[in-house]
Each structure stands twice: as structure tokens, then as C-alpha cells.
Design a protein around this ligand. Sequence first.
Ligand code: PEP
Length: 262
Amino acid sequence: MAAVRKPLIAGNWKMNNSHLEAIALTQKLGFALTDKDFAATEIAVLPPFTALRSVQTLIDGDKLRLLYGAQDVSPHEDGPYTGDVSARMLAKFGCRFVLAGHSERRIHHHEDDVLVNSKVRAVLQRNMTPVLCIGEPLEVRQAGEHLDYVLAQLDGGLAGLTAGQVGGLVVAYEPVWAIGTGQVATPADAQEVCRAIRGRISAVHGHPAGASTRILYGGSVKPDNMPAIMAEPDVDGALVGGASLDASEFVRICRYRERSTA
Ligand code: PEP
């Protein structure tokens, strides 16, 4: 029987929203999203660290079905790592998801696959779900080497994990050239890479892991391009940056089925 993968749509707020702005945005989402939305799709927000407590308090207090998580984590346990935030701290906040290896961290903080792998492990150790972000820069795509590049990032990020751990995590394919540029990948391009990712997971970690790992597309997702991307068989949801900062845009993305052409 084919694995049933519930779609996941996660809003990566990046370095936007003070805790007060985060409360306002979460309230709007809580007001707009319905049980029907949550029955069809897991929906999460990923605020900056400074807003996590406020978002948690609001979601818990109002019993919202919105999930939440963090954009990064230290690979270390608590200790002398000034400015960092540990997986234990995020787990205490009730985070469900934690991004690892977002391209903005790889670019601005020089994170490599070894470090990203240690972050994935730290998240798993605290029973949260890592969202491993991978994706090729423009020059790699132009050279036609995107599949090799992305699969190498995948292998590095998942190194040493058990099949059970891999089957429960989330991979986000985010081509760097599509992030924040308005230049979304075509549905066929997204499918080509997501299919290759699933194939590689099946080959390395076994078919059950490949069938159950959720693979998201990210990069300039908007309400209008979401339905066609979600029609692809190996795309299980979206990691949304800019468009997640506007409640009505994000809700429209979550309701992509209503505009489905299939
Ligand atoms: C992201 O930051 O993960 C992202 C996909 O950004 P955007 O949607 O703005 O391209």
C-alpha cells in the first residue's frame, strides 16, 4: 500500500517580526484557518527565536492547531556557545520542527554538510522533526549538475541516521536561485529533483523510508503557483518565505486545493 504523506506547509519568517508582530500574525492565522484546513494539511510557522515564546503561549492558550518550530539550532548541548540556542531549549518551547541547513545559513554562516548533519542529529535527539534544507545555486543548475549537487547535500545531511529517523523527517528542496527572487521553479523542475531525492532515500535507507519522508518545495511559492507545484507526485508541501509574512497570502497558499486545476 502506498504511504500516505500528509502535506506540510511551513512559513519561514526568517529575521522578520518582533514578538508583538509575531503575535499579531499568529492571531490572524488562528482566526482564518479552519478545522477543514488542518484536516487536509499540517500548517506550521517558524518565527525567529525571540518570538517563539509568544507564539507558543498564544497557540497553547487558544488551543490553535497551528504547529511551530525554529529556523536553526546549535549542534551542541548547552554550554559555552555564546549566542547559540540548543535543541533542548527548543524542545522545551514545544517546537515540532527545526530547520537545518537553510541556504541562507549555508551562505552567510558557511554551514557545511557535516555541521548540518550534526544539527539534524541534535534535533532528532530531542524528539523534534528536522527539516533538512538542500538546493543548488544558479551556476550549478546552469551547468546541469543540480541533481548530483542536491543528492550530495542529501547524503551529507542524512549520514549515519537510521531508516526510521529518515522516514520521519522532512526534506525541503529549495533551489537557491528561487529563494526570494520571484523566480519559482517550474512544477516539472521541482518534481524532477523531489523524485530524485525520494529515489535516493529509498536506495540508501530502504523503500519504506523513501515512501514516508515528506519532501517540500521552497522558493518563491505564492498562492497562484502553489496548485501546480502541489499536483506533482513527489512534492508533499512547501516551505514558504516571503509570502508567509502576509496572513491572507499564506492562508491562500494553504488552501491551494480550492484552486487546483487537476
Ligand atoms: C525560504 O526562505 O525558505 C523561502 C522559500 O523563501 P521565499 O518563499 O521568499 O522564496
